[in-house]
Design a binder for this molecule. Structure first.
Ligand SMILES: NC(=O)c1ccc[n+]([C@@H]2O[C@H](COP(=O)([O-])OP(=O)(O)OC[C@H]3O[C@@H](n4cnc5c(N)ncnc54)[C@H](O)[C@@H]3O)[C@@H](O)[C@H]2O)c1
Length: 271
C-alpha cells in the first residue's frame, strides 16, 4: 500500500531495536513511501546487531548515538545531513526507558538517580534532539518531528510508574518546542499517543498482558498495532498534514474517549 508520500524526503529514525519496535516498522513503511533516512540507536543497543539487518533492507546508514549525549546527537545530525545530501524533512523520536520499571521499584519507592536517568532518556532527550536540530538549522521548512507517547500522561495507570511523568513531560516539550520550531522554521512537532503494543519496552511494564487485553476490550476499534502507528506517522511526515502541530494525537482505537464498553461490563454484570 505504497503511495510515495515521502518521495524525496530525508530524515532520522531513532529507536529501532528489533522487528517488533514501532520504529522498525515505521522505517520499513517510510522506505516503502520513498523516504530516505539514517537509523540510530544507543551504542549499547547496536551490539545486539539487529539494526544492521533493517539498514540493509532499507538502504539506510546507521549512526550510533546515546540520545542523552549532546555530543552524540550533534554528530548524528551533522553526519545525517551530509550522508543524505541535504537538510532533513522528518525525525522520529521512538525512545523510552525507565530504570525503576526495569528493576521493579514501585512508584512510591523511587530510586531518584534512576528516575532522573529515565527522564533524561525518555523525555529530555526529545528536547536535546530538537535543540540541536534547531540550532544547527538542520530541518527543511514544512518538516515534521514526531515522538511517541502513552495515555498514562493524562490518566492513572499504576504500573506505568515514572514513565507516566516522563510522557507528560515529553508531550509538554512537543508543545513548547513546537511553538518555536513553527514560528522560526515552519516545522511541525507532534506526539502520537499509541495503544499498548507488544514490544521490548511495552512488555517490560508490569501487568502488560492485563492492560493490553483491557485496552483491546475497551476500544471500539481494538488496539492500534505498531503498523497502524507507523502509518499514522507517515501521514504526519507527509505534506498532507502541513498545519497539524503542537498536538498529542491519539492512535488508540478510540480508547481515550471511552468510559466503559459492553465487553468490559460483561465481566462485571452478574446474570
Ligand atoms: N509499546 C507500547 O506499549 C507503547 C505504547 C505507547 C508508546 N510507546 C512508546 O513508543 C516508543 C518506542 O518504544 P517501543 O514500544 O517500540 O519499544 P522498543 O523497546 O522497541 O524501543 C525503545 C527504544 O528506545 C531506545 N533507547 C533506550 N535508551 C536510549 C538512549 N539512551 N539513546 C537512544 N535510544 C535509546 C532502545 O534502544 C529502543 O530501541 C517509546 O517512546 C515508548 O514509550 C510504546
Amino acid at each position: 500500500m505504497a503511495h510515495q508520500l515521502l518521495k524525496g524526503k530525508r530524515g532520522i529514525i531513532f529507536g529501532a531495536l528489533d522487528p517488533n519496535s514501532i520504529a522498525w516498522i515505521t522505517a520499513e513503511r517510510v522506505h516503502e513511501e520513498g523516504g530516505t533516512f539514517v537509523l540510530t540507536n544507543a551504542p549499547i543497543a547496536m551490539r545486539m546487531g539487529a539494526i544492521d539487518e533493517l539498514a540493509k533492507k532499507t538502504g539506510a546508514q546507521v549512526i550510533p548515538a546515546d540520545a542523552t549525549s549532546l555530543e552524540d546527537l550533534q554528530n548524528l545530525v551533522d553526519q545525517s545531513v551530509e550522508i543524505l545530501g541535504g537538510k532533513l524533512d522528518f525525525v522520529l523520536h521512538s525512545i523510552g526507558m525507565s530504570v525503576n520499571v526495569r528493576k521493579g521499584r514501585a512508584y512510591t519507592d523511587q530510586n531518584y538517580d534512576w528516575t532522573q536517568k529515565g527522564t533524561d532518556v525518555s523525555a529530555m532527550s526529545f528536547h536535546k534532539v530538537m535543540q540541536i536540530l534547531y540550532k544547527s538549522d538542520a530541518m527543511n521548512e514544512w518538516g515534521s518531528i514526531v515522538a511517541l507517547s502513552y495515555i498514562a500522561a493524562q490518566r492513572v495507570f499504576p504500573d506505568y510508574n515514572d514513565m507516566a511523568d516522563n510522557k507528560a513531560y515529553l508531550e509538554s516539550i512537543a508543545r513548547s518546542f513546537g511553538y518555536f520550531f513553527g514560528r522560526d522554521k515552519k516545522v511541525r512537532v507532534n506526539t502520537i499517543s499509541q495503544s499498548p503494543t507488544p514490544t521490548t519496552a511495552g512488555k517490560g511494564v508490569k501487568g502488560f498482558d492485563g492492560f493490553i487485553a483491557y485496552a483491546e476490550k475497551m476500544s471500539p476499534l481494538g488496539n492500534a498495532t505498531a503498523l497502524d502507528c507507523a502509518n499514522y506517522t507517515i501521514t504526519l511526515f507527509s505534506d498532507l498534514t502541513m498545519r497539524v502541530t503542537l498536538q498529542n494525537l491519539y492512535n488508540d482505537g478510540g480508547f481515550s474517549n471511552m468510559g466503559v464498553s459492553d465487553a468490559i461490563m460483561e465481566k462485571f454484570v452478574e446474570e
